[in-house]
Design a protein around this ligand. Structure first.
Ligand code: DC
Length: 226
C-alpha cells in the first residue's frame, strides 16, 4: 500500500513544527520532525565530545542513536528522549541548533539518518517536517509544501516562544542567528534548503496557523490524498 505523505519544508521559524503537529493530529497521521533528529545527533555529539565535523564518528553515532519521541496533545512540538533522558528543552537551545546546522553539512551523517526518517512512513499516513523532505527523503510524496515567512516575522515568533519558556534573547540577535542558519541551510552542498520543483509555496508571514493548515488540507483534499 502506498502511504500518503505530506512534506513540509522551509526555513527555521516559519511555523512548520506547529503546523505539522496540527495537521498530524487532524488527520490522525504519524509525524516526523526531522530537525529533531539533527538536533538529537548534535546534542549527543556535544555530550560525547565529538566534533561537529568528525564525519566518521557522526556516521556511527547517527546509526546508533538511542532516541524516543512522543507527541503530547496540547503541548507544542514533540517530546524527545536521548539515552533515556528527557531532552525536549535542551535540544531547542540556539547552541544545539547551530551545532545541528553544522552537522547537517556532513553527507555521511545525512545519509545515516535517511533510513531512520523513511521508517516514519507508516499507515495511515505521514506528515514530514524538515528541510529536504520533498527534495530528498520523500521525493514521491503526493503533496509537498514549502512554508516560508519573512526573517523579521520568524525572529518575532522565536522571541515569543523563548519568552513563553521563561528564556529571552534580543530581537536583533535572533534576526542575526536566523539569517546565519538560513545561509548555512540554503547554501550547503548537500540537500540545500530549497522548494521541490513540484512544491506549493505558502508564505505564512501574514497568515494564522489555522489558515495555513486549512490551505494545506484543502490542497490535499483537492489532490485526492485524504
Ligand atoms: O528545523 P530545526 O531548526 O529543528 O533544524 C535543525 C537543523 O537541522 C537545521 O539547521 C537544519 C538541519 N536540518 C536538515 O538539514 N534537514 C532536515 N530535514 C531537518 C533539519
Amino acid at each position: 500500500m502506498l502511504i500518503p505523505i505530506i512534506t513540509v519544508d522551509g526555513p527555521g521559524g516559519a511555523g512548520k513544527g506547529t503546523i505539522c503537529k496540527r495537521l498530524a493530529e487532524r488527520l490522525n497521521w504519524h509525524l516526523l520532525d526531522s530537525g529533531m533528529l539533527y538536533r538529537l545527533l548534535a546534542l549527543s555529539a556535544m555530550n560525547h565530545h565529538v566534533a561537529v565535523d568528525n564525519e566518521a564518528a557522526l556516521k556511527v553515532m547517527a546509526s546508533a542513536l538511542d532516541i524516543k519521541f512522543q507527541s503530547i496533545a496540547g503541548q507544542e512540538g514533540i517530546c524527545a528522549w536521548l539515552e533515556g533522558e528527557d531532552v525536549t528543552d535542551a535540544i531547542r537551545s540556539e547552541d544545539v541548533g547551530m551545532a545541528a546546522s553544522k552537522i547537517a553539512l556532513q553527507p555521511a551523517a545525512r545519509s545515516a539518518l535517511l533510513a531512520r526518517q523513511r521508517a516514519f512512513a507508516e499507515a495511515p499516513g505521514l506528515v514530514a517536517d524538515g528541510r529536504d523532505m520533498g527534495t530528498v527523503v520523500f521525493v514521491e510524496a503526493p503533496l509537498k509544501i514549502y512554508l516560508t515567512a519573512s526573517v523579521e516575522e520568524r525572529a518575532k515568533r522565536r522571541h515569543k516562544q523563548l519568552l513563553d519558556k521563561g528564556q529571552s534573547d534580543t530581537l536583533p540577535r535572533l534576526v542575526e542567528a536566523i539569517k546565519a542558519r538560513d545561509d548555512s541551510d540554503m547554501n550547503r552542498a548537500v540537500a540545500p534548503l530549497k522548494p521541490a520543483p513540484d512544491a506549493l509555496t505558502i508564505d505564512s508571514t501574514l497568515m494564522s496557523i489555522d489558515e495555513v493548515c486549512q490551505q494545506i488540507l484543502d490542497e490535499a483534499a483537492k489532490r485526492g490524498i485524504l
